[in-house]
Design a protein around this ligand. Structure first.
Ligand SMILES: [Zn+2]
Length: 467
């Protein structure tokens, strides 16, 4: 069974699929125990326009976005996170193979071990560029440059509340220090991003003035950070679009999820002209975290399928999420896009019928793009005879449509009384099939011989399942 799946023992149907030796949700199966319908969405025979693609806009980067993966920086700020060196290296290698553009690490100024880990990851020779996230301070910048990173993500709080209660510096000081740090990092041949913290509660005029100054100083990216998770998609769009008209460098974005808007905000930022999005595996980070890698890619696989599927090894997503979930001792949430245990499970009879005919009817994402498997739930009172018919065939049994309808009624009758599992439904199907065979045998004997002693009907009422 798939041990990594946090499936409750009474998750009827689904959990049983796993206990039978197959896990219908993890892409490992392929035997006849899942009710998955067609393997993938049918390919159109003629080119079609993606109806979910963004509206054409020259400034939009929806089809050319870059990911800054911050599990090893933002994710390290998650409540239960502790990554030892070995785990950090394992995660960094997996993310690199997955295809992320950048891997962001905790500041080497945070601790001696953080500095050593930063050096160790820089020596791995990964394709992804290695960044570290440092305060806007020359001491931190010098320490970071010595670790061998490809770039520095420099940050400072700009909202009045942070200026007053955190570092206590005014805007002129911030600009002067920022330009000094940027010039230093660039003189070492490294990339540099300058970001405000708490951007959406910062004064817009201050913010634009600051970003114009660092853009002029030659910064590679400016960053907009919704540090407290307060922004709405519309506010994001407006701010990024305004900023796009003020700076010529790339624009990185960072969205916390306190109010549940992190994926939508990231998407809107790209639409407005942002170039980079910060993500972490499962969204882990400070408080309830940031834009999740998998959740954003679910969005992007719909809006920019060609770019997304070509660039990222999407079938590695579950493996990476499981790795990180285990490292920080959490389960993948049931409603996680793509890898949540019910992300591709269809239950209602009317859905099941359509899905079995054509999965596109009720799926915007194709599970096979992510190495996942569709599952049509048939062990419930909402099931329909089309789903049961498919199950009958998978069990290697033969029944007429009328007989399938009869056995479907039996399954629904039991499921009206209590939750049932796949085993229960299978037992009803098998019991009913046995009953049909017995009836058939009795009829044969009646026609070929004289009436004899009554025989073999004791097993035929399907109640075997009601134990
Ligand atoms: Zn953050």
């Amino acid at each position: 069974m798939c041990g990594a799946d946090p499936i409750p023992s009474n998750a009827n149907g689904h959990s049983n699929g796993a206990s039978n030796g197959d896990c219908a949700v993890n892409g490992q199966n392929g035997t006849n125990n899942d009710l998955s319908g067609q393997a993938s969405h049918p390919k159109p025979t003629t080119p079609v326009v993606n109806p979910y693609a963004p509206i054409h806009d020259a400034l939009s980067n929806v089809s050319s976005y870059k990911l800054i993966e911050s599990t090893l920086r933002e994710g390290e700020q998650f409540a239960s996170a502790f990554f030892d060196t070995e785990t950090k290296i394992k995660i960094a290698k997996a993310l690199d193979e997955f295809g992320v553009d950048y891997i962001e690490l905790t500041s080497p100024a945070a601790s001696e071990q953080s500095r050593k880990d930063c050096e160790a990851i820089c020596k791995l020779g990964l394709k992804a560029k290695i960044l570290t996230h440092v305060r806007c301070h020359m001491d931190d910048a010098r320490l970071a440059v010595e670790t061998g990173v490809d770039g520095l993500d420099v940050v400072i709080g700009t909202s009045s509340i942070l200026r007053e209660h955190s570092h206590g510096k005014d805007m002129e000081y911030i600009i002067k220090t920022a330009v000094e740090v940027i010039n230093y990092v660039k003189s070492k041949g490294l990339e540099v991003r300058f970001s405000s913290e708490d951007s959406f509660r910062s004064d817009l005029v201050d913010l634009l003035y600051l970003y114009k100054a660092v853009d002029k100083a030659g910064v590679h990216r400016v960053g907009i950070a919704d540090t407290v998770g307060c922004a709405t998609p519309r506010q994001v769009y407006d701010l990024i679009r305004t900023l796009r008209g003020v700076v010529s460098c790339d624009i990185e974005t960072h969205f916390h999820n306190d109010t549940g808007c992190c994926i939508a905000n990231a998407y809107c930022a790209l639409e407005a002209g942002a170039t980079h999005v910060d993500v972490s595996v499962l969204g882990i980070g400070e408080r309830n975290g940031i834009t999740p890698l998998g959740g954003l890619l679910a969005r992007m696989a719909v809006s920019a399928p060609e770019y997304t599927k070509k660039k990222y090894k999407l079938h590695m997503l579950k493996e990476i999420e499981d790795m990180v979930a285990e490292a920080v001792a959490i389960n993948t949430p049931f409603n996680n896009p793509i890898t949540g245990f019910c992300a591709f499970t269809h239950k209602a009879g009317i859905h099941a019928k359509a899905i079995l005919n054509n999965p596109s009817t009720y799926e915007i994402l194709d599970p096979s793009d992510f190495g996942m498997t569709r599952y049509v739930h048939f062990a419930s009172r909402l099931t329909g005879w089309n789903a049961v018919k498919t199950r009958v065939a998978q069990l290697g049994l033969t029944m007429t449509d009328e007989q399938v309808k009869t056995v479907t009624a039996k399954i629904k009758a039991l499921a009206d009384i209590r939750p049932i599992a796949i085993d229960d439904a299978d037992s009803i199907i098998r019991g009913f099939h046995l009953h049909l065979q017995d009836q058939h045998q009795v009829q044969s004997e009646t026609t070929t011989a004289a009436p004899a002693a009554e025989n073999g009907t004791e097993n035929g009422n399907g109640t075997v399942a009601a134990q």
